[in-house]
Design a protein around this ligand. Structure first.
Ligand SMILES: [Zn+2]
Length: 230
């Protein structure tokens, strides 16, 4: 008997999956745009609770030790482009690839292997890319990313920590807990940048609540179930 499922549809998003164990509830915490002044705090929280997360990083010279600490603690780094500058990177496929490669070279320079995961700045359904590279650019970038061996990852639960420069801790917790309701496989979008102090403050409570609900914390890999907007 085959106990595995290979396609799981959650709301409007399709998760292509190798194996999700029946009954298992999985959560993938993802932190975008770091490292930043908040990363060490986030890493300490994760370490103290003995779980790991996935960090979709940009290029932030000066934080070399933090990138290394992310990896040495067993977390995963994904490519979120070097600049996160929509205008530059979404102007053409070439510009986007250059920005991705720039981050890879930077990471390689500090001893971090080339990521196999990618998250498009703004997500794969963003309309910003249309403004700079035309309406088909995202489709082309997705094809190109896959051709180059990346898995791109979106999210199905939004913490809302980017709705304001610094959202209130309670709103972030509430957004996540409302977002996960009834979901067995969740990829949560959180941010790791200077003003996101409340994300770090909300994190222990979010983790505690999810643990109580029976979620297992995992890191993304090339073989993980994936969330794709498109
Ligand atoms: Zn981002």
């Amino acid at each position: 008997m085959n106990n595995s499922i290979d396609i799981l549809v959650v709301s409007t998003k399709t998760i292509t999956n190798n194996l999700i164990k029946p009954g298992e509830k999985e959560v993938y915490l993802t932190f975008d745009d770091g490292p930043s002044q908040n990363t060490s705090k986030v890493l300490k929280i994760l370490k103290d609770i003995d779980i790991n997360a996935t960090f979709f990083v940009n290029g932030h010279p000066g934080y070399e030790d933090v990138y290394k600490q992310i990896i040495s603690q067993g977390n995963v780094i994904g490519n979120h482009t070097y600049s996160h500058d929509y205008k530059t990177e979404y102007s053409s496929i070439l510009s986007y690839n250059q920005d991705v490669d720039k981050l890879n070279s930077y990471l390689e320079g500090i001893g971090i292997p080339k990521p196999t995961l990618m998250r498009f700045p703004g997500g794969s359904n963003n309309t910003i890319s249309n403004n700079y590279g035309g309406k088909d650019i995202m489709n082309q970038l997705i094809k190109e990313a896959i051709r180059k061996g990346y898995q791109y990852i979106d999210w199905n639960v939004c913490s809302g920590d980017s709705d304001k420069t610094t959202e209130s801790k309670d709103v972030i917790i509430d957004n996540v807990m409302r977002g996960v309701k009834g979901m067995k496989f969740i990829v949560i979008l959180l941010h790791d940048s200077k003003p996101k102090t409340t994300t770090a403050e909300a994190l222990p409570i979010i983790i505690k609540n999810l643990k109580e609900q029976g979620y297992v914390f995992k890191t993304l890999s090339i073989n993980s179930p994936v969330i794709h907007f498109k």
